[in-house]
Design a binder for this molecule. Structure first.
Ligand code: CTP
Ligand code: MN
Ligand code: MN
Length: 414
């Protein structure tokens, strides 16, 4: 359609906006992947949605269009899209690219919007979020080399100097060449082999399933390896700890003493009860915080056979939630926002664990406890479904939601 340069520009704008958004869990990009859940208006979501819309657009977008002809976004965004179609760029984008303060649509400078390019650069390092990027920028650092020099000359805060930098961040800086490279598929294979060995060794059982998810499954060059792990019969409880220990022992994973190696565990116990409560009281957040789930997982640094350092995410799911976990961790993030928004429009709730809804004073798991709802809120089974049929794959979830089946590579709304 020829609209792809516009998509890329909007994605770039989205990233600058993420660099402006300071949140509590500021330095955990893995936890922050949903954003927009903390009350403050998140412009990055506006651009993400606009980029998806432009990519899906069946006609060429050019400057002859009126803002109203550009669907699914407001006039301010439509005008930026027109600028980009005409000139390849727009004022806000140029301001960000040159670290300048950005004006809002009424021409007023937005507070704390300077340093977009530098902050975005710093945030590419695993373990560096908007908060740290801002501190570094405000201290006058402008490049990775600046940071390195500060470390080499002992100007770090822990030694009485200026630069606040944690050991995880320093590790990412040191290994940035590896970490910023797109992964060749051989690295994914490498991870698969090492992790499968560790799973079998640590648990003493065969039969583990390990599937590539994330960008790698959507057949994009990926900045990390994402995997969902499950077992058809063995309990997955406690596995993550044993798995990490084995991988560290085999020198496949950098230990948590040297680099980012974040383990989440033990949050699965009462998760169904929690979700039932949320569904009953209407306290779910359908499309916003896609990054919150209760699976056991590890976000770490893998060491490849040729000694390169790569980010790796391992998500461990009980077998009954496997299709939902797969769908949630395959992304794209914007595809999931659309899917969850759609579920919400049907008065249902979708996350990476289950599809649920309310039924009178009860919460109801779909399809176990009852049929899904359609857009008008009416319950009813899609063709071929009843309460005895279980969800076996992602396509089943799409059928229950009444949306077209999409293969992973078709879920790349940016
Ligand atoms: N995800 C999630 N919860 C998180 C982080 C990610 O549910 N805390 C999901 C998102 O749906 C995302 C997928 O897992 O699409 C993979 O995350 P990530 O590696 O961050 O993104 P990718 O889409 O793989 O992009 P990239 O190629 O840059 O890695
Ligand atoms: Mn990924
Ligand atoms: Mn990831």
């Amino acid at each position: 359609m020829g609209n792809e340069p516009i998509v890329q520009a909007l994605k770039e704008l989205m990233k600058y906006e993420m660099a402006m958004l300071i949140t509590e869990d500021e330095d955990d990009k893995s936890l922050r992947a949903g954003t927009g859940s903390r009350g403050n208006h998140d412009n990055s979501l506006v651009y993400s949605r606009a980029a998806a819309m432009v990519r899906a657009c069946q006609f060429k977008i050019d400057d002859s269009l009126q803002p109203d002809d550009i669907p699914f976004c407001g006039h301010a965004t439509a005008n930026k899209i027109k600028d980009i179609a005409r000139t390849g760029t727009t004022e806000v984008l140029e301001a960000h690219r040159s670290d300048q303060v950005v004006n809002d649509s009424s021409g007023t400078p937005r507070p704390d919007t300077g340093g977009g390019a530098t902050k975005k650069l710093f945030m590419q390092l695993p373990g560096v979020g908007a908060k740290t990027a801002k501190i570094w920028f405000d201290l006058g650092y402008r490049s990775y080399e600046d940071l390195e020099e500060a470390i080499d000359s002992g100007d770090v805060r822990s030694e009485g100097g200026r630069l606040p930098i944690g050991f995880e961040q320093a590790f990412s800086l040191q290994h940035r060449q590896d970490l910023l490279e797109a992964l060749p598929t051989s690295d994914l294979q490498d991870m698969q082999t090492a992790v499968m060995e560790a799973l079998t060794h640590a648990t003493g059982v065969e039969g583990w399933k390990m599937i590539v998810v994330g960008g790698g499954r959507r057949s994009l060059p990926s900045h990390d390896g994402d995997f969902v792990i499950t077992h058809p019969t063995r309990s997955t409880e406690g596995v993550v700890r044993m798995l990490v220990d084995r991988l560290v022992e085999k020198k496949k994973l950098v230990s948590s003493r040297q680099a980012m190696c974040r383990i989440s565990e033990g949050r699965m116990g009462a998760h169904l009860d929690h979700m039932r409560q949320h569904v009953l009281h209407g306290t779910t957040t359908n499309s916003n915080n896609i990054a919150v789930d209760r699976f056991d997982k590890v976000f770490g640094m893998f060491i490849t056979q040729d000694g390169k350092i790569r980010r790796m995410d391992l998500i461990i799911t009980p077998h009954e939630e496997y299709p939902f976990c797969l769908l949630g961790w395959t992304g794209s993030k914007q595809y999931l926002r659309f899917l969850r928004q759609h579920a919400g429009n049907c008065n249902m709730y979708l996350n990476s664990h289950r599809l649920m809804r309310r039924e009178g004073q009860q919460s109801c798991i779909v399809p176990e406890d009852g049929p899904p709802l359609d857009r008008s809120g009416k319950p009813g089974w899609p063709p071929g479904w009843d309460e005895k049929r279980v969800v076996k794959d992602e396509g089943d979830i799409m059928e229950l939601l009444g949306v077209p089946r999409r293969e992973p590579h078709e879920r790349n709304c940016p």
